[in-house]
Each structure stands twice: as structure tokens, then as C-alpha cells.
Design a protein around this ligand. Sequence first.
Ligand code: AMP
Length: 143
Amino acid sequence: MTVSRILAIKGRDVITTQPHRTLAEVAQLLSEKGIGALVVTDVSGEVLGIVSERDVVRAVARQGAVALDDTVARHMTVRVVTARETSTINGLMQQMTAGRFRHVPVTENGRLVGLISIGDVVKHRLEEYENEQKALKDYIATA
Ligand code: AMP
């Protein structure tokens, strides 16, 4: 299965933030939207980085509550691992496991076209598993 299949089901909207925003604003948006990471873009929509709840927690643990006034630019990860629509879910799972991150932005020709989270991957693996089980049961029942 490829990334495009998941995006077709979950949609292509990605919640973004900008480098000059504060970590407090990030925390607010993550909580409001019930998500774990924001893609950091510039005015033209180019991906500059990613900032996740882990970055906020790490900053607060190190610096205390004052870290919430820091800019996103200071705490985001700039080397973002991205996927293409044609990337496989298995490949994505390997990248997430090896890199120990749970979010992968999807880009096409430098444009952000979606985001896949570990939750999306698990959901679709479970569906695949259930379909396999059903196919096996149907096969046994009719054999
Ligand atoms: P997460 O597991 O997504 O909350 O992220 C854990 C750490 O990895 C944080 O420092 C994120 O900024 C970073 N991170 C998240 N997604 C990616 C990604 N696709 N590429 C590189 N780093 C990432």
C-alpha cells in the first residue's frame, strides 16, 4: 500500500506553523487540533522544519516555562524526512522506527500535500490485517 491511498482516505489538510511563532502557540494549536506535530513552512508554503510535542516537552524540561516564549525556529527539527505519494507504507514504518519519529510530511515537487502519522499507519495496518483474516475465513468456509 502507498501513501496516496492513506491520503485519499484521511485527507490532505496539514496544520502548519511559522518559524517566528512561539512554543506556547504551538502547544495551543497541538491541543486545539488534537495532533502531535506541526509542519513549519515559510510564506510560500515551503517546508522549513517540523516541531512536535516532544520538542515542546524537551524545551520546557531543559529551560522551564520560559521556553514557551521561544520561537519555533529555535526548537524545530530542520532535517525533515519526507515521503512521496508513491512511497510505501512499509518503507515509511521503517523510516519512523529507525528515526524514532511519528510524523512524516508528504511532498510533491516541493509542495506539502499531506502528512502521515504513526496513528494513520497503525490504523491502515489493522484494516489490512482484518481484511486478510476475513479473506482467509471466507476461503476456508467455501473450500
Ligand atoms: P515525534 O515522534 O513526531 O513527536 O517527533 C520526535 C522528534 O523527531 C522531534 O524532535 C521532531 O521534531 C522530530 N521529527 C518528527 N517528525 C520528523 C520527520 N519527519 N523528520 C525528521 N524529524 C522529525
